[in-house]
Design a protein around this ligand. Structure first.
Ligand SMILES: Nc1nc2c(c(=O)[nH]1)N[C@H]1C(S)=C(S)[C@@H](COP(=O)(O)O)O[C@H]1N2
Ligand SMILES: [Mo]
Length: 342
């Protein structure tokens, strides 16, 4: 595969030169050759981008968690998604302001079909879509069953590019059902969807080869802070109460050693939180000296944190921490802690 690009580039360039050498009376100027070269490079880049894009699509999948029929997560491969994608939705696309009035033909997987096949939750349960960038969009299950809401993978017969919300884009049939316009406005149209959570998952935190459940976390000392949060979606603005347990207590209860020169990597569900090149890595000094928290409850009534808000477990930072943390990234849908060399 890697051979085709340079070969192609060369033949494009040579082809242009040969063509002109016979047809033109003059030798091509340096400027012409440079123009052809640029053209060949641009074409080559396009081919490379196309292949990268289709590779990303081939590897894309949808994970379904929470209240599934057998209680286990379901993984749908790109191929399975393609064969399930039999629902067509003609609609305008809120996120393409250049042609707001244009009606596109989206093809995708009906969310109702996914729920019929995989959901065991009662009709009042919310479902939450999670995206590559940790964006979340929560829909009422009754609406997903009543309307043809789809995870689109094609628009007007073409795969959805990344800048069109692809490979999987949550699309609402707002032309056929105008009442959806206000209920599910542009904020709900999630791009690059990776996960669907039916209801909220139970706590299942992986720490040093062990899995801790809600009961294990409840046994640890509970800490409450009041702070502004940066979980972005579905949280009130201003200060909120958060209740949770200290990161260091969680690690200790799992029997994990905490060398002074190590760091704790926190991983959430979304791929953006699992980027090995840019992990969420907390220096051990901060873990030891600050009340970095894994929170499970919020608000005056200490309610459990639903998937809609990024629960059941999220990472929170206290205001007052003497140790410098390079970048405070608030992590939702926390699934794993790992101690690594710093
Ligand atoms: N994955 C993902 N989808 C998303 C968003 C996002 O940040 N990530 N932003 C939402 C919001 S708030 C809006 S208004 C629309 C358009 O977002 P844009 O203006 O950033 O393109 O996409 C929605 N879908
Ligand atoms: Mo928005």
């Amino acid at each position: 595969m890697s051979k085709t690009f340079p070969t192609r580039l060369l033949s494009l360039a040579l082809g242009s030169v040969a063509l002109c050498l016979t047809a033109c009376s003059n030798e091509p100027t340096d400027a012409q050759i440079e123009a052809w070269r640029q053209e060949a490079i641009a074409q080559n880049d396009q081919i490379a981008a196309f292949h990268a894009n289709s590779k990303e699509q081939q590897e894309w999948h949808l994970d379904i968690h929470g209240q599934t029929k057998n209680g286990k997560p379901v993984k749908l491969t790109w191929q399975q998604l393609q064969s399930l994608a039999t629902t067509h939705v003609p609609t305008t696309d809120l996120n393409h302001p250049s042609n707001l009035g244009e009606v596109f033909n989206f093809r995708g997987v009906s969310v109702a079909t996914l729920l019929d096949r995989f959901s065991s939750a009662d009709p009042n349960t919310e479902i939450t879509f999670v995206a590559f960038d940790a964006f979340r969009s929560t829909v009422q299950q009754v609406d997903a069953r009543r309307y043809p809401i789809i995870l689109a993978l094609e628009r007007n017969g073409k795969p959805l590019a990344r800048d069109q919300g692809g490979p999987l884009y949550l699309v609402f049939p707002q032309v056929q059902y105008p009442e959806l316009r206000s209920k599910y406005d542009d904020q709900f149209w999630a791009f690059y969807v990776t996960d669907l959570i039916i209801g909220t998952e139970p706590v299942n935190l992986k720490v040093g080869g062990q899995y801790l459940d809600a009961a294990a976390l409840e046994k640890l000392p509970q800490v409450t802070i009041e702070t502004e949060v940066n979980y972005k979606i579905a949280w009130p603005t201003g200060k909120v109460k958060l209740q949770g347990v200290r990161l260091r207590d969680v690690l200790a209860t799992a029997g994990v050693k905490l060398p002074a020169d190590s760091a704790v990597v926190v991983r959430g569900k979304s791929p953006i939180y699992r980027n090995g090149k840019n992990p969420i890595s907390l220096p051990m000094a901060a873990v030891q000296n600050c009340n970095l928290l894994l929170v499970t409850r919020w608000g005056e009534n200490r309610q459990l944190i639903p998937a809609k808000m990024g629960g059941p477990v999220a990472l929170a930072y206290p205001k007052d921490c003497a140790v410098d943390i390079p970048e405070k990234r608030w992590v939702t849908l926390v699934e794993e802690l790992e101690v690594t060399a710093n």
